[in-house]
Write a protein that binds this ligand. Structure first.
Ligand SMILES: *Cc1c(COP(=O)(O)O)cnc(C)c1O
Length: 339
């Protein structure tokens, strides 16, 4: 099976498993797991922040980020297509008692104008706009990337309105590769940011939330409250550390494979896709005449999996467990079925 449903399906390699098996460990709730500490310091350094916190999932990183910056009744501005608004079980209202203010942006990327329109005036009847959260890359926008200039513009607008800034950087590694800039440059304007180890990087578990030491001390408390305090977590953290050190450099291959797959999809009459929207490892395309469900069933009969993002919308995600030969096979099958 060639699995293009998500980059979360990546499995640890033998070398990563060896690193995990031999990891030095301790009780991380006491702050005594040297591997976790090394992972947190490594990622904090790469993102240019004081401290890091290893968390079991990206969802927990987002929920801690929101809880850190808000009080009940506050409002958090996000894109309508964001993970926080769509896929986190209503966590922000259940956990932090805030309300989300989802913005409809034409391409799934926020702009300063749209944020400006969403910020609440300072008047008793309104909730307080306290936090702006951005995804880079933006998943439902097709892995699109915010440039350094776009981020800085949006960030200075948020600052002017006294709002905190949180970065959902599940795929910040991909954004950095696509733009050819360090992760720290992209994380710079944000108070808190996190990156996933368990997506394109190929580690089995976890994300790292980063920010200033004072906020991260509070984040550590919140992680405990959510049940995310782990003991000899160095075993899994070692997989993350290995991925950061050895897999980060290979993400450009995933992007090149997404480009060649996108070119093939765009050339077929059954699909519509603007290849210029494919900037990283995610391809979102439309089916013409056939339903997405139909296409996915036909592909599955040919040992290929992608995922539906709407009745006529399909997402394909490249990752390190799908090599050039696999991409060539996917292209051959698509041409045979849909030319
Ligand atoms: C995957 C993802 C998350 C959540 O990460 P999990 O580790 O699956 O909880 C959050 N935001 C974005 C943009 C994601 O792609």
């Amino acid at each position: 099976m060639i699995d293009l449903r998500s980059d979360t399906v990546t499995r640890p390699t033998d070398a990563m498993r060896k690193a995990m098996a031999s990891a030095e460990v301790g009780d991380d709730v006491f702050g005594e797991d040297p591997t976790v500490n090394r992972l947190e310091a490594t990622v904090a350094d790469l993102l240019g922040k004081e401290d890091g916190l290893y968390v079991p999932s990206g969802v927990m990183a987002n929920q801690i980020g929101i809880a850190l910056h808000t009080r009940p009744g506050d409002e958090v501005i996000v894109d309508r297509s964001s993970h926080i608004f769509n896929y986190e079980t209503g966590g922000p209202s259940a956990i932090s008692g805030i309300q989300l203010h989802p913005i409809d942006s034409p391409e799934g990327l926020l702009s300063p104008d749209l944020v400006e329109q969403a910020v609440r005036p300072a008047f008793d009847v309104f909730p307080r706009s306290r936090l702006l959260s951005i995804e880079n890359t933006a998943n439902k926008a097709g892995g699109r990337v915010y440039s350094v200039e776009q981020i800085e513009e949006i960030a200075s607008l948020a600052r002017a309105h006294d709002m905190a800034l949180h970065l959902d950087g599940a795929r910040l590694w991909n954004a950095a590769v696509a733009l050819g800039v360090p992760e720290a440059t992209l994380a710079g304007p944000f108070d808190t940011a996190w990156v996933a180890l368990s997506k394109g990087l190929g580690a089995p578990v976890g994300s790292v939330l980063v920010g200033p030491s004072e906020l991260m001390a509070e984040a550590r408390r919140l992680r405990k409250r959510l049940g995310g305090g782990m003991r000899q977590a160095g075993i899994i953290a070692a997989g993350g550390l290995y991925a950061v050190q050895h897999h980060r450099g290979h993400l450009a291959d995933d992007h090149a494979r997404a480009q060649s797959l996108a070119d093939a999809i765009a050339s077929l009459p059954t699909f519509t896709l603007d290849v210029s929207t494919v900037e990283t490892n995610i391809i979102i395309f439309e089916t013409v005449k056939q339903s997405a469900e139909n296409v996915l069933a036909e592909l599955k009969e040919n040992d290929i999996q992608m995922t539906a993002f709407g009745p006529n919308t399909i997402r394909a995600t490249t990752h390190r467990d799908v090599d050039d030969a696999a991409i060539r096979r996917v292209i051959a099958v698509l041409r045979r079925l849909y030319s």
